[in-house]
Write a protein that binds this ligand. Structure first.
Ligand SMILES: *Cc1c(COP(=O)(O)O)cnc(C)c1O
Length: 427
């Protein structure tokens, strides 16, 4: 075929039986065919390519991916997969009308916050709680409501960037509060905060270091020490836990523990170690939470009903910790015995003629950055990485020493057959 043999866009579009997307799709096919011809390649059957283009243009952009990276809370892959109980709540709340902001007992307007406040109190021991769209929003709201136009004390060791350019000092600036740095990168003491308190001070902020650790000659005050400084000056202490564990998980601080140690407010994400939907949760003293609720930013940052339904469904599982560990995928993957991961890797390797390799899985999402979870992967030729990524459903692994490793800690038992089928198609 030569350039002058290419059909017009309309001619090609007519082969697609009045498909309303045909003209745009035909234009895209012809542009690509022209480039290929100029490069000396044969574009092949243009009508067949138009049919493929039409299928692709109707495929949803956001879709399921098989995570074989071994990173459990993978920010690029949607963080926490939801428990079934949470999905059930989403379907129920989404398919019909709901009492989202309707108080059934009073027959009058209610608050969407009422659906989760009680369970947050029960699970954390807090007086009150509020939920917004994510933890960055929770911080913004708390700082705006409690410290706008005034000063916030933060340790230099905690002025961190979480990921994707999200930096604590920027959020602080946007809230209208002024940042006052105390201490040094590696060492900050309670006395540093004490010295920095002035009449302009509104709040003490503590930020979980999340995705990094300072090792060696280091010192950071405990929550209890900071709380003592805050109380002496009648200032609130806000503890941003990042991940925020509701159950004891290695050395990750728990929400209940931070409150018991004296933090006035604690904020954390819904879709990191909690294992639920994207959400930002703030719990703590009722009088402070009330100020967050009344602030105009609350309306702009409010959680939507589907996320709220998923969050309630996830939190309800925590009422029985054994059930939470069994049914919340993030917790299940975190705790799964390595022998079960190995068995999965062996089953996959046997199905696709790969080899079983030892790997280290990670928690991800800024939680427990140093935790190394023993794991096993199915090792394959690295040339399969791209076709597997473009497969439907896509399979995302990791490259190591010229091999593609499909880590089995982040694959469920039921995923193995899907991954094996994908590998066979891509070979
Ligand atoms: C992840 C994280 C955030 C942001 O939470 P999102 O829910 O992603 O908005 C804020 N602070 C800390 C310490 C974090 O680790």
């Amino acid at each position: 075929m030569e350039l002058r043999d290419l059909p017009s866009v309309d001619e090609l579009a007519r082969t697609a039986d009045d498909d309303p997307l045909a003209v745009d799709a035909a234009r895209a096919v012809i542009v690509r065919a022209r480039e290929e011809l100029r490069a000396g390649a044969d574009p092949g059957d243009l009508a067949a390519r138009l049919r493929e283009e039409l299928v692709a243009s109707r495929r949803p952009g956001l879709r399921r991916v098989l995570n074989a990276t071994g990173v459990i809370v993978h920010t690029n892959l949607g963080r926490a997969p939801l428990p079934q109980a949470a999905l059930d709540r989403v379907v129920e709340a989404g398919r019909a009308y709901s009492n989202l902001e309707y108080d059934l007992a009073a027959g009058a307007r209610g608050s969407r916050q009422d659906h989760v406040e009680g369970i947050l109190r029960r699970l954390t021991g807090a007086e009150s709680g509020i939920v917004v769209n994510n933890n960055a929003g929770a911080m913004l709201l708390a700082l705006a409501a409690l410290a706008e136009g005034r000063e916030v004390l933060v340790s230099r060791g905690e002025l961190i960037e979480i990921g994707d350019g999200f930096r604590i000092p920027d959020v602080l600036a946007r809230s209208g509060a002024r940042l006052v740095e105390v201490g040094t990168t590696n060492r900050t003491r309670a006395a540093d905060y004490e010295r920095a308190v002035r009449t302009e001070t509104a709040l003490l902020l503590r930020v979980h270091q999340s995705n990094f650790r300072v090792v060696g000659f280091t010192e950071q005050p405990s929550v209890a020490e900071l709380a003592a400084v805050a109380q002496r000056h009648h200032l609130p202490l806000l503890d941003d836990l990042g991940s925020g564990a509701l159950l004891e998980l290695s050395d990750e601080p728990t929400v209940r523990g931070a409150l018991a140690d004296g933090a006035d407010l604690v904020c954390f994400s819904g879709d990191k170690l909690l294992g639920g939907p994207q959400a930002g949760i703030v719990v703590g003293r009722a009088e402070l939470i009330e100020r967050l609720r009344r602030h105009p930013l609350h309306r702009a940052l409010r959680i939507d009903k589907l996320s709220l339904a998923a969050l309630e469904g996830t939190l309800l599982l925590y009422l029985e910790p054994a059930r939470a560990l069994r049914e919340i995928p993030v917790l299940r993957m975190l705790h799964e015995d390595v022998s079960a991961v190995r068995a999965r890797a062996e089953r996959l390797a046997a199905a696709v003629d790969g080899d079983v390799e030892e790997t280290v899985a990670r928690v991800g999402g800024g939680a427990l950055p140093l935790a190394e979870l023993p794991s096993f992967a199915c090792g394959l030729d690295e040339g399969l990485a791209e076709p597997l990524r473009l497969h439907e459903p896509p399979v995302i692994g990791i490259l190591r020493d010229g091999r593609l490793l499909l880590d089995c800690r982040t694959l469920a038992d039921g995923d193995v057959d899907d991954v094996a089928a994908a590998v066979r198609t891509c070979r």
